[in-house]
Design a protein around this ligand. Structure first.
Ligand code: ATP
Length: 386
């Protein structure tokens, strides 16, 4: 290794990771939450959560800050006790009104965003730390294999401070998988890394998780990360589970407008239902299940609007165009709409400001929600203009 400007050692150019084996497979566990709640006095961090996670499944917990994701993880690990409900691992109650299994007896592995490596221990010792039930020689062998899997076996006797964030994250991953936990819990594992490294680590972690086949719960703020990593996503808000399903289910059939906003940049247009329909400057749509006179919100994804010949769409004019690299975001004024809509399109076909256009909505892309639903979904996230 070579010292960089800060004195920290870095890998030389052309460095190749050491040989990597395959992570040892674990016996994946089933994880169930039955009406789980956690109150801190008057404050409710987790509220009546019921969820089943199948053996080997990767479940991403997604939601805004303070919605209870970390608390649910801590309850699963056994560092917090639920105030209501039960948690079961492989049908065995590990937390409930009359039962509490301590963390070290749950077969649960943890990985945090700050890596939490011991600075005074070598990489080998850091990984061995979680293997105290094994004999010294077995712990040493297993830790070595885990470090090998993440490509750091050659640095087993070095200390964490010489490593970059991504490398420390690799050690944290090796330490989490080494004891072969049936359940692996990860709290925003990539949030301390820059964008490029984050993607690289995410893909590598995913490969290793698939090898270990551990049941996994990953906390994230990012809907994109949840879609890339999770077999399913559990969306939380204000302590409650809003919806659990595959990325496709949450994207195409969001439970409410808050869920829709998590996965797409939306144009939202309030309208009144009349005779089972809404008639808006962006078109007329069925509003089955809505009462006459009810206020509904038509949501159209920015990507689901086409700019067409004026004779084929609703009258509009491009007001501004913002270059976003591979795409462009257009602000478009539509006749009959008070506020401009935002349209995202391929940069190469973007239209300059001032152009008169027609706008056409991709009909399958529309979503309709009751206004009352919006009030329950929390504050509106403003449309992205970045
Ligand atoms: P973030 O994404 O910001 O980490 P989160 O979704 O993980 O947030 P939690 O950390 O689980 O949210 O917190 C949920 C709520 O519970 C918050 O309002 C938080 O302030 C509260 N909370 C968590 N732990 C405690 C505690 N020990 N005492 C009191 N309130 C707490």
């Amino acid at each position: 290794m070579l010292p960089d400007k800060t004195g920290r050692e870095t890998f030389p150019q052309g460095f190749r990771w050491g040989p990597r084996g395959t992570a040892a497979a674990t016996i994946a566990a089933n994880l169930s939450f039955e009406n789980v709640g956690r109150h801190y006095g008057q404050r409710c961090a987790v509220d009546d959560v019921s969820l089943d996670i199948a053996p080997g499944e990767i479940m991403c917990l997604l939601g805004p800050s303070g919605c209870g994701k970390t608390t649910l993880l801590r309850l699963t690990a056994g560092v917090e006790r639920p105030t209501e409900g039960r948690i079961l691992i492989d049908d065995r109650v590990v937390a409930g009104p009359d039962k509490f299994v301590p963390p070290e007896q749950r077969g649960v592995g943890l990985m945090f965003q700050d890596f939490a490596l011991f600075p005074h221990l070598t990489l080998q010792e850091n990984v061995e730390f979680g293997l105290q039930v094994l004999s010294r020689s077995d712990a040493s062998r297993v830790a070595r294999a885990a470090l090998e899997r993440v490509g750091l076996a050659n640095y087993a006797d070095r200390y964490p401070h010489i490593l970059s964030g991504g490398e420390q994250q690799r050690v944290a991953l090796a330490r989490a998988i080494a004891p072969r936990p049936g359940v692996l819990l990860m709290d925003e594992p990539f949030s301390g890394l820059d964008t490029r490294l984050r993607e690289e680590m995410r893909e590598e972690t995913l490969t290793i998780l698939q090898e270990t086949r551990a049941t996994c719960m990953v906390v994230t703020h990012s809907s994109e990360e949840a879609m890339r990593m999770g077999n399913r996503i559990a969306l939380m808000r204000a302590g409650r589970l809003v919806q659990a399903g595959t990325a496709e289910e949450l994207y195409h059939a969001p439970a409410d407008i808050g869920a829709a906003r998590m996965f797409s940049d939306l144009n939202e247009i309030a309208c009144t239902v009349s005779k089972g329909q809404i008639d808006t400057p962006l078109g007329r749509y069925d509003a089955k299940g809505f009462a006459d006179g009810e206020t509904a919100i038509l949501c159209v994804r920015q990507r689901d609007i086409d700019l067409v010949d004026m004779s084929k769409g609703h009258n509009a004019r491009v007001l501004a165009t913002r270059f976003l690299g591979e795409s462009a975001l257009l602000e478009v004024g539509v006749a009959g709409l008070e506020d401009p809509i935002l349209v995202r399109m391929r940069e190469s076909i973007a239209v300059p400001p001032g152009t008169e256009v027609g706008v056409k909505v991709v009909r399958e892309g529309i979503l309709l929600f009751a206004q009352a639903d919006e009030e329950a979904s929390g504050p509106r996230v403003s449309q992205s203009r970045s």
